[in-house]
Design a protein around this ligand. Sequence first.
Ligand SMILES: C[S@@+](CC[C@H](N)C(=O)[O-])C[C@H]1O[C@@H](n2cnc3c(N)ncnc32)[C@H](O)[C@@H]1O
Length: 293
Amino acid sequence: MTNTEHIPVLTQELMALLNPVINGVYLDATLGGGGHTRELLKRLGPEGVVIAMDRDEEALERAAIEINDPRVRYVHGSFSDMADKLMAMGYHEIDGVIMDLGLSMTQMKDASRGFSFNSGEPLDMRMDRDLPVTAGEIVSRWSERDIERILREYGEERKALQIAREIVKQRKRERIETCLQLAAIVERVYRKRGRTHPATKTFQALRIAVNDELNQLSEGLSNALKILKQGGRLCVITYHSLEDRIVKRFILAAERQEGTLVRLNKKPIVPLRDEQRRNPSSRSAKLRGAEKL
Ligand SMILES: C[S@@+](CC[C@H](N)C(=O)[O-])C[C@H]1O[C@@H](n2cnc3c(N)ncnc32)[C@H](O)[C@@H]1O
């Protein structure tokens, strides 16, 4: 395994919760490095199907070469319109949906994608190259108020105002084009470094804004509910509190108000200490599952 390869998170726990039926039809809505799809394929029989979706065309191309299995159907697109995509392919009711949110390690480590603060590459951060706005455009064009708002709302950044001010001050002197430039601005505001890089929250906020991640997630969850058959299962892995809150509230509302889902676990499942040690990116992961009624 190279160090840019994505290590799948909570795989055994996810499979136990999904509890695949032998010849079932499943959607892996976040294919990434294909780790979860591979595990699922091991549990499916010859008539089983995995529809493997990702917003990132490069992820799909890589996986299609590596996972050479006739039971996989690859789809480019966002999970926010999974129901339409699946129906167009002739799948009206499926047995399960996996959503493993955020970025893969491969995307994170690919400097040209502009997600990493150690890179001198342009601030891009689009998961899908067809998206209209890059992180660079946000920091160069948006007003101080709007930048502050996304840093606060999507990054839960307590120094949102100071960072937004510093960005606007700096961009009058020079164009802020690279990840390194932005990371340096945030470092100046923070002055000292803790255990995590001070720009972590700023980068998270920009990434969420560029990819409209929270709306995508809400839409994705509603779509999953539409496409699941009775007894079908939805399993979602989140990596920060904003995402987890959306998933938790969605499942609870469906259970208590609409009676359309029932929780498979009341408390989120988190990685064991051993997994966290082997794969530090798994540390913030939370898995929630629900069954369609
Ligand atoms: C954490 S990775 C998934 C890793 C995968 N489960 C594995 O085991 O290799 C998240 C993936 O979801 C994709 N993604 C994020 N948002 C998406 C969306 N709205 N629609 C489809 N794919 C999305 C990203 O491009 C990325 O490849």
